[in-house]
Design a protein around this ligand. Structure first.
Ligand code: XMP
Length: 583
């Protein structure tokens, strides 16, 4: 489909969110690099320039083709996008002294235009350092906040607008109205987008690409590969679509049965589960370093997949590979922080690489965002338990089972204990690997928690202590590896947490909930559990979510009844400086 709106990516984490919001309003939008030439954007009804972390004064900061601002095509700049418009058209952008992050009150000041139907004071979400202080000639100031003299600006004649705040986030309640005004009042867009309405066209596309050939999938049990598989199944029938699920032994409780039942319900006839549990456990024996564990798992995947390609003759000319790749994965700027790692095991299989190079691949979902894949899945009749699942990392529970070769005791510090077990974090663009601070009592607010972690360089996370079976001084970090026993223990505690979350409705309030095993305890109870519920948009950044007291109480009680569990902690660290996963 030809997009009506293109979102030019100025490096912001919210770029895809903008395109998703536009699509939610029924208008097909795509994301493109900010420097895309105007000629390549001919036919668009409007352009949106996203936010981004740069300053217009940085050398090499993202810019746009100046012709776009003279083409008569409507343009909306968001955050950095507004600053860029002001900078290019002769307004003034000033370096912010202290920046503005979080909620602000917006006062409307000018013509309605993009604020049609929005009145009075508005709560908006800000995240910026630089700001526009003088709009370009011919532009009106449309809104201001206490700290931002040009919180929105526009030239109705040129149809160019800018907002310093983020209309695409839920924290800006009038954001949807503002975007809708831009699309329908300013750009004259028409509603042309309904992902579930695309199903027949996608099926037709699958038939064309496949032609006389059959399709095989390596499925993960996740939403994307299952929906992609189902579309192929509908397009070609059960005889021509094969699926293989590799049971690595690193999956959650009941996962293999869940996947098997789901595929049976879909009418998949050629679906096989390959039991590779012993292979993976054997290869991981003795490994402690997180990247090494990931590497071993990646290698094993390659080996197992190669065996399957060979034994099933999938490299023969009559087969093509199906994959559940979705839209953000197809664009350089998109995807998750771990995009490289996530893909390693697919990329490195030589046979698969050859199929991709030969164009023998079908990816029916490359046009869609996750929510849209879910909408398609609902239309196809897939089970809600499957469609609403939280993201789950490819290497599975293995990365959530922390290992060590050392013996060490927690160290008292101020109002807590340093637990000498290192976990991965991220600061700036770098990976950190540092111990954890367990506080005696949780900080009273999110800001206090952030202040504590920001004041220290010796740890990259802080956790609250729900319970320990002995005083902290009596607990030890002791040598522990990825054994069948520990994986079973982790599976059990993960299942307990998951069931409680589903039953209490807490699951719907969060984006993901890793449950982690750390080797802290006493000989009879060698491991402790860390609870890591987070809220996020795309996994790139995340906020630690507090578990409601009653739920945490029940969880803690049940977890302490599990064999081998010495304590329960809950992570209070945002990403950054923590990552979502402990590894
Ligand atoms: P981090 O820990 O980097 O995780 O904050 C961000 C998001 O990425 C997921 N993740 C992975 N997903 N394969 C995946 O499919 C992987 O190897 C992988 N590693 C991390 C993580 O669960 C979170 O949602």
């Amino acid at each position: 489909m030809q997009p009506q709106i293109t979102v030019l990516d100025a490096g912001g984490q919210y770029c895809h969110l903008i395109a998703r919001k536009v699509r939610e309003l029924g208008v097909y939008a795509e994301v493109a690099a900010s420097e895309t030439p105007a000629a390549a954007l001919a036919g668009r009804k409007g352009i949106i320039i996203s936010g981004g972390p740069s300053s217009v004064y940085d050398s090499g900061s993202p810019t746009i083709d100046p012709a776009l601002l003279a083409a008569g095509i409507p343009v909306l700049g968001i955050c950095y996008g507004q600053q860029l418009i002001a900078h290019m058209l002769g307004g003034t952008v000033s370096k912010g002294e202290r920046g503005e992050y979080g909620f602000a009150q917006l006062d409307l000041a000018g013509e309605e235009t993009i604020f049609l139907g929005v009145s009075g004071r508005q709560q908006v979400w800000m995240s910026h350092r630089d700001l526009v202080t003088v709009p370009p000639a011919g532009f009106d100031v449309l809104a201001r906040t206490d700290t931002c003299p040009v919180a929105a600006m526009g030239s109705a004649a040129q149809k160019i607008f800018g907002v310093q705040f983020h209309p695409e986030v839920a924290h800006t309640p009038s954001g949807k109205t503002i975007l809708s005004n831009f699309l329908f009042e300013i750009c004259g867009c028409e509603k042309d987008w309904d992902p579930a309405g695309q199903i027949l066209a996608v099926e037709e596309h699958i038939r064309q690409v496949a032609a006389h050939r059959n399709i095989f999938f390596f499925v993960s049990g996740g939403v994307d590969s299952t929906v992609a598989y189902t579309l192929c199944l509908k397009a070609l029938g059960p005889e021509r679509v094969h699926g293989t699920y590799v049971d690595t032994g690193m999956m959650r409780e009941g996962e293999t049965e869940f996947v098997r039942e789901n595929f049976a319900r879909l009418g998949a006839r050629a679906f096989q589960v390959v039991d590779a549990r012993q292979d993976f456990l054997g290869a991981l024996a003795g490994a402690t370093e997180p990247e090494r564990k990931r590497h071993i798992i990646g290698e094993k995947f390659v080996e197992v997949q190669e065996k399957i390609l060979d034994s099933e003759h999938y490299l023969d000319g009559q087969w093509i590979l199906g994959q559940g790749t979705i839209y953000p994965d197809t664009i350089e700027s998109g995807g998750s922080a771990k995009a490289d790692l996530i893909k390693t095991h697919h990329n490195r299989v030589e046979g698969i690489q050859k199929l991709i190079e030969a164009g023998r691949i079908i990816e029916p979902l490359t046009q869609f965002y996750k929510d849209e894949v879910r909408a398609i899945g609902r239309q196809l009749g897939l089970a809600p338990e499957l469609l609403e699942r939280h993201p789950f990392p490819g290497p599975g529970l293995a990365i959530r089972c922390l290992c060590t070769d050392e013996i060490a005791a927690p160290q008292r510090t101020g109002n807590g204990w340093i637990i000498p077990v290192s976990s991965v974090g991220v600061q700036g663009d770098s990976r950190t690997y540092k111990p954890v601070l367990a506080l005696d009592a949780p900080p009273s607010s999110e800001e206090d928690a952030a202040a504590i972690i920001n004041s220290r360089t010796d740890v990259n996370r802080i956790v609250g202590t729900a319970v320990t079976c002995r005083p902290m001084s009596a607990l030890r970090i002791a040598p522990a590896h990825l054994t069948a026993d520990r994986m079973d223990r982790l599976r059990r505690v993960d299942a307990i947490v998951r069931n409680l979350c589903v039953n209490s409705g807490f699951e719907k309030e969060i984006w993901q909930f890793p449950v982690v095993l750390i080797p802290l305890g006493i000989p009879a109870r060698p491991d402790s559990v860390v609870l890591r519920p987070v809220d996020s948009v795309d996994g790139m950044t995340a906020r630690a979510v507090r578990i409601p007291a009653e739920l945490l109480g029940t969880m803690t009680r049940m977890l302490m009844e599990v064999e081998g569990i010495a304590g329960v902690f809950y992570d209070l660290t945002n990403k950054p400086p923590g990552t979502i996963e402990w590894e």
